[in-house]
Ligand binder design. Structure first.
Ligand code: ADP
Ligand code: MG
Length: 226
């Protein structure tokens, strides 16, 4: 199901006034579609993802995730929705250093009330789909930076979400590994039929995106490609 933001405005308190992080933003991402958002630092990209993830409630507008209108939901309902419908990939993988790769995914799978056996099976399946077969029993320090980011993406996909939100996944990687991660996000978008919103400042990788939008001072527009 698609991800839909409609006329979303978000402000943060700033001294005696407010700073407008999102200014009447609308975007619709279909299942299996990768939409990239570029823009300078401070333009509102992370705020956009936080609102789409239902982590921040906007001042106004509509946020529809997996077919569900979210603004009227209670905190418990939002938690449930995030667990089952939203996959989030932050810049830093934030893996738990004492757990193996498969265990990283099992933690959240188990939170989805799966049995340990089901959680393990499902985790192994997801890891194979992102090219991590054979690495399931390694710990984070035994992986490369690119592999850690793969685990991060696998973990985000493990609940088979309808929406995948990715914030600057290449920031800590060199060009080649960065390009590989964007390719993986692109491939996973099709394989898992997720509506993907990818934030990046690396405009060189954008060939994989179905559509590129530009954020400037909280306003979203179609990027004119030259
Ligand atoms: P980007 O991800 O493009 O760098 P952000 O969404 O992080 O942009 O920030 C957009 C604007 O909102 C910036 O002016 C930033 O300073 C401000 N901002 C972001 N988070 C907060 C916050 N928690 N409190 C106050 N202002 C914030
Ligand atoms: Mg940011």
């Amino acid at each position: 199901m698609s991800l839909e933001l409609n006329n979303v405005t978000l402000t943060y308190p700033d001294g005696d006034g407010v700073v407008t992080a999102l200014d009447r933003v609308s975007v619709d991402v279909a299942p299996g579609e990768l939409t990239a958002v570029v823009g300078p630092s401070g333009s509102g990209k992370s705020s956009l993802l936080a609102v789409a993830a239902t982590l921040i409630r906007p001042d106004s507008g509509r946020v529809v995730v997996g077919g569900v209108e979210t603004l009227g939901l209670r905190p418990r309902e939002l938690t449930e929705l995030r667990l089952n419908s939203v996959g989030i990939v932050f810049q830093q993988p934030n893996l738990i250093s004492s757990l193996t790769v498969v265990e990283q995914l099992m933690v959240t799978e188990h939170m989805r009330a799966r049995s340990l056996r089901r959680a393990r099976e499902s985790a192994m399946e997801t890891l194979a789909a992102v090219g991590l077969a054979g690495k399931e029993h390694r710990r984070p320090h035994q992986l490369s930076g690119g592999e850690r980011q793969r685990v991060n993406i696998a973990r985000a996909l493990s609940g088979r979400p309808s929406t995948l939100l990715v914030d600057e996944p290449t920031a800590a990687l060199d060009h080649e590994r960065g390009a590989a991660i964007i390719d993986l996000v692109s491939e996973a978008t099709r394989t898992f039929e997720v509506a993907t919103l990818l934030v990046t400042h690396d405009t060189e990788y954008l060939g994989a995106a179905g559509r590129v939008l530009e954020m400037r001072d909280g306003r979203l527009s179609v990027l004119e490609r030259t």
